[in-house]
Structures are given as C-alpha cells and as structure tokens.
Ligand binder design. Structure first.
Ligand SMILES: [Zn+2]
Ligand SMILES: [Zn+2]
Length: 393
C-alpha cells in the first residue's frame, strides 16, 4: 500500500490514516501532528528514546518496473521513505509484543515513534513537528534522551549499516535572483543595461565564495542551476532570473556566504559598468532571496558510538561501515540540534549486484531483505539503550 499509494510532502493524508490504522490494530494510539504526521508511544517509565521515519514521496514518474509500482501518476517513493515507514511499523509491532508479554514497564521506558511528513520539502516536517512539541515532555513520555533515524542506501550491500560520527550532511538553502536591467536592441547594447551580462558576472564571481573564501579543509557548494531570460536573438531582455542552492557543513560560513551573496549580487548588478551609456541613471539592480533550508546534520558522537555498537552486536562487526559524508540535506538535522541523535545508512543493494539506481532516480528500488534488518536494528538500538534488550529477547 505504501509504495503503491505515494503522496507528496505535506499531502500524506492517506499515508497518515494508514499508519494510524496499523498502529491501532496493534493497540497503539497515536496523535496527528503537523496535519499529516503522527506520534505514538510504547511502554511506560521515566526514560524515553525516540525513533523517527519519514513518510513522504517525490514528484517522479516511477520506472522501476516492480509489480507494486506507484499507482499515482508522477509520484513515487524514490527516496525509500515507504521503507522507512514500514520498518518503523515493524519495530512498533515487535515492541508492542514485548509489552503484551511482559507489561508496559518491561521496556525500561517509553519508545516514542515519530512518523514525520514533508522531509523532501522546505521547511521540513521535522521543524514543524518540533514546533508542535514532538520533543517535549508529555503525559506519556519525558523528553527523549536520544533520537535514532535511518535511511536506505542503494549504494551499499544489504546486511551492512554505515555510520558517521559528527557532521554527516550539509545545510541546504535555496537561492533566487531576479536581475533587472533595461531592454533594447541587441545591436545597441550601449543604450541598454544588459541583465544577461550581469547574470554571467554573478555566476562566475560568486564561485569565488567557495574557491577563495572557504577554508579548503571545510565543505561548501554553490550551484546555480537555473538561468532564464530573453526571448529573441536581437533583443536584450529586461530581466533574467536565476536560482540555485548553497550547501555547507559550517553554519558560520553559511550565514556569512548568504549575506555576502546578497550584498555582492546588488553591488555587481548596479555597477556603473552595466549602466546604459545613453542614460547613466538606467542601472541594473538585483533582488536576491534566500529560502532557508535545513541545518547541517550533525550526529552526536556518543549516540553514534552507541548505535554502532548495537549494530555490531546484531549484525556482526564486519557489517558495520563508515559512511562518507555527503552534501545532501536531511531534515533529521533539526532533531539533532535539539537533542542528541544519530542517523545511519542501511544498505539495500542486493549483494550480487554492483550497482543500483540511486536515490531520487525513477528506477530506484530496494532489496526487501533489508527491511527486516532495519526493523531489527531499530528495536535493538532502542531496547539496548533502555537497558532491557537482554531481559526481553
Ligand atoms: Zn530524498
Ligand atoms: Zn530521503
């Protein structure tokens, strides 16, 4: 059902109802947060550990060819969030069975399940859930002492799990420019203020932020990915629009870069070099807007070491790997800026294959054998953290 009926970010109404009914069948009550998110609690006690799965899909037409392909035109679970949801539901079932068998206190605390909407879309479902109090103490649970999350990784073999201690993914900001000039005949550029030339200068000059104003040992990317202006070969247009993304693993450089981009975009476009010679009051201008995205994802070293050890107990040390940090964004980052947490990557490539289509690819699939591993790992990490694994298993 989850893969066949994908829903876009913040529109996961059917998915939310499905999860709620699955939990209800297990005797677990849940609360809707942020419209399409859900939070539920299993067990009882002073301590609390949170497990998070994201539930949204992407605007991609599925071409995977699997028999349970998306039945929704142009929407697909191409980031594996359906798998994350299924694994957290599986973990809920196992934990609830422990409660049935041994009582609510048996878990040694509360496991908070977070089914989070809108991971793929700014401002990120995590930030909305946090605003609605998902990490706060409630009647059912205290503030979670740690939060764990996982993501499928089609680049790693099934049976493996990979961790990063510290910064794992980048901050993400969307950038938008509207460059205003003065249009005119392409054969008389001196009577225009040419926004195409301004845009060209911006694209090249702004790259010096990364190449010259960032410590080479730190990570940052500026990619200008869309540039649009003009309609004819013989007309200098009035405006050019550009957009792109700024990624960084360093919050301080990120904010400095945004301020610098804003200041220099305006300064470059309004330079006298680009003003009309016929009328020097006709100058270029630039409106710059930033849509603030996710902070860098920083895994707490102790939480990471804990999860790594738990994975080694469950799967064997040979199956536990190091993940190379990526300049991707992931809104799990918001949780880790409030409480300790760690996010690991679960291998989902059939071991006999060398290559699988990547995340966000229309042919993306996973090896379903990995689902039971990810489910077991969530249970294992939660119970080991609460100190009751050996008692219950
Ligand atoms: Zn994604
Ligand atoms: Zn994802």
């Amino acid at each position: 059902m989850l893969h066949r009926q994908p829903e876009l970010s913040f529109q996961e109404h059917q998915t939310c109802r499905f999860i709620q009914s699955q939990l209800a069948e297990m005797g677990i009550s849940s609360t809707v947060l942020a419209g399409t998110g859900l939070v539920a609690h299993i067990g009882a006690g002073e301590r609390c550990v949170a497990l998070r799965a994201d539930i949204d899909a992407l605007p991609i037409q599925e071409e995977s060819g699997v028999p349970f392909s998306s039945e929704r035109q142009g929407i697909m679970h191409a980031c594996g969030h359906d798998a994350h949801t299924a694994m957290l539901l599986g973990a809920a079932r196992i934990l609830q069975q422990c409660v049935w068998r041994h009582g609510a206190q048996a878990l040694g605390g509360v496991v908070k399940l977070i089914f989070q909407p809108g991971e793929e879309m700014s401002p990120g479902g995590a930030s909305l859930l946090i605003k609605e109090g998902v990490l706060e103490a409630t009647g059912e649970a205290s503030v979670p002492e740690v939060i764990f999350g996982q993501h499928v990784n089609p680049d790693a073999a099934t049976g493996t799990v990979a961790f990063v201690s510290g910064t794992m993914m980048a901050s993400t900001d969307e950038l938008f420019w509207t460059i205003r000039g003065a249009s005119g005949h392409a054969a008389q550029p001196h009577r225009t203020a040419d926004p195409v030339l301004m845009a060209a200068h911006l694209v090249t000059t702004l790259q010096s932020l990364v190449s010259r104003a960032l410590n080479p040992l730190h990570s940052g990317v500026l990619s200008i990915t869309r540039i649009q202006g003009g309609t004819a070969t013989n007309v200098i247009p009035e405006t050019v629009e550009m957009s792109g993304t700024l990624r960084s693993m360093n919050q301080e450089w990120r904010e400095w870069a945004i301020d610098t981009i804003a200041e220099h975009s305006q300064r470059i476009c309004s330079s006298p070099l680009f003003a009309s010679r016929a009328d020097s009051s006709v100058q270029g201008a630039c409106e710059f807007q930033r849509s603030k995205g996710y902070p860098p994802l920083v895994n707490n070293p102790q939480a990471t070491e804990f999860a790594r050890q738990a994975a080694a107990h469950l799967l064997g040390a040979k199956c536990v790997e190091e993940f190379e940090p990526k300049m991707w964004g992931e809104d799990f980052a918001f949780y880790t800026h409030h409480i300790p947490g760690t996010f690991w990557m679960l291998g989902v490539r059939p071991p006999e294959l060398n290559h699988m289509p990547g995340l966000h690819n229309a042919r993306f699939t996973i090896d379903e054998k990995a689902l039971s591993i990810g489910t077991a790992l969530l249970v294992h990490v939660a119970l080991e953290r609460l100190g009751t694994l050996s008692v219950l298993m």
